[in-house]
Design a protein around this ligand. Sequence first.
Ligand SMILES: [Zn+2]
Length: 757
Amino acid sequence: MRRIPAITLVCALAVPTQAFRADDVVLAGYGPQSSRAEREWEAKLRAIPEPATLRENMRRLSARPHHVGSAYDKENAEWILARFQEWGWDAHIERFDVLFPTPKVRVLEMVAPAKFTAKLEEPALAVDPTSNQKSEQLPTYNAYSIDGDVTGPVVFVNYGLPEDYEKLERLGVSVKGAIVIAKYYRSWRGIKPKVAAEHGAIGCLIYSEPHDDGYTRDEVFPQGPMRNPDGVQRGSVMDFASSWPGDPLTPNVGATPGAKRLALKDAPSITKIPVLPISYGDAQPLLAQLHGPMAPDAWRGTLPIPYHTGPGPATVHLKLEFNWDIKPVYDVIAKIPGSAAPDEWILRGNHHDAWVNGAEDPVSGQVALLEEARALGLLYKQGWRPRRTILYSAWDGEEPMLLGSTEWAEQHADELRQKAAVYINSDTNDRGLLNMGGSHTLEQFVNGVARDIEDPETKMSVWRRMQLAGIAAAASPDQRKELRQRADLRLEALGSGTDFTAFLDHLGIASLNLGYGGEDEQGIYHSIYDDFYWYTHFSDGDFVYGRAMAQTAGTAVMRLADAEVLPFDFVDFADTMRQYSTELKKLLADQQAAIAERDKELDEGVFQATLDPRRPTVAPAREQAPPYLNFAPLENALDALTRSAEHYRQALAKSRAALGAQASSAALQALNLQLIQSERRLTSADGLPRRPWYKHLIYAPGVYSGYDVKTMPGIREGIEQKRYAEADQEILRVAQALEQESALIEAASRQLEKLSP
Ligand SMILES: [Zn+2]
């Protein structure tokens, strides 16, 4: 479900220059002989995925609406199951029963100063053959909005982020008792009603502003790829980042028939106020009836109106009622057993459910996954036997909020904690650069994979193209220097918004999230127009990036599954942890400086001097200066981590020649079991402050950002939210986790040294 606007294309960046890695370079975790054999199998794998097959499978899977609980959702799961079985996989469907609300009543009307009733309807378009499947389409709504019937003045709140409310306060505008209208994007959409409710609003509208995904960027659908005046972004508003994703009623356990369920009224992830998404066609009449201060420059969109904040005079009536039903989700789980290490698992997943037809989200990713599965099945018939067990999953219920993947991960938590080495996720796939996010212990590994994949447009390696695109977009000479000189491109840390969340954040399984994109603008996200017609006209219509995606993730899975030693590397990880520590110290220093500066300006009378009596603003309040925090434990842990990481890298290089002979030794198995636990060392059973479901101490979605990651979240959010004593405590917890990690890495290095002659 994750949607990153195209402008953030170059988020994972990085380095040196050969087009493709020479085939004689020994793969990390392999001996010279096994590396050669692996490269031969991988070359066969990459030759199998076919654009024509990707296209036909997309047509099939997106032919009808297939949201949770729909007939075609179940049909798709059964069709996917049959494909896995046909390709020789041991596959089954696992079902969970989850809370999934659908709309019963949706009313939005302006009652003053003019009458207007919102359409709340995306029309069928003659040119688009699936847009008329009205009886099967979910209406436009936000899932997990609470029921409500409210009337109040409207206030425009920009993107509805905490800093937008600070700005409103300075303008003297309150949202108490108001219905806010926020623009989509810049945060997980569920953050908008959350922050609005915290400030006293009684309802929330979220609209798609043309400046963000409409006519300001390109022609609108069907002439172009962008959102038309009636297009609406459906989507979940569950407050998963403060509580947990998955079924709101069954935290920590799988939503099986006998599972203990919370009462609906006790589920913390349902919104506190009613919330409804609308088109800009429905938003414009409301925005046009706002007076009060002009909205700040940066808030204004490109509708032909003056953007005021309100409150009012526009007054709206919002009435929402939902069917609070329990619905089945169908996860397809397929396995190829490991030959030498069946209890070491490599996991790979992409969801299959959509908001409507979902050709782009998620079928573009699902069909790539299916081509990987077909290829691996074919190679198995030709005699390839993975060392480790490979588990492929087509998740259901991702769109409402990671329902299928979270319930499955919770149901199998004990076994996953023991056996799962890596989880590789994908979701949507389009044309452009490879976006790589994940655990930094896999940074070196995934850079290696990207060096071996050919970019369909430039014919250079996708890695080289990312490096050069990074150089073109770099903001400073230092960034360009790093891109040219650092061995690996940096991996983006993972926040949330798609199915890796339970694996990484709850279970501490090293994870990757992969997908191509960034070259095409799009404004059909979560609308009825995200369909086969749109995708084949405005995205990867020749499916060459679908093939590249199957090659990329397929290579990653095979390489992880066959390696004698799991190819984790800790040098890049240690480097990144040091970077985070530096960022956090700067964050605190900047916050101290900003508060000192503000106090000084209050003393000087800056705010009175700049006050325009006709456009009055309110001076900011004084704040206590943030204290200094003790980063010493973290610094010490980082030094130890860097030493052990270097030690491990040397030990692995020295052991290379011996790996072949050790292929089935107990010592090698013991080493891999240690490595599997390396990401787990970064978790705490107590979890993060106020959100114990989130166990990872290094990566988490932000409580006030949702999609976007907060790295070392306890420390970072402690500083950002001005809980300094808590931040001090969290420094200790992170330092302890990194020390445990160093100890594991040292033990693994000694184990490796035993393998060498
Ligand atoms: Zn998706």
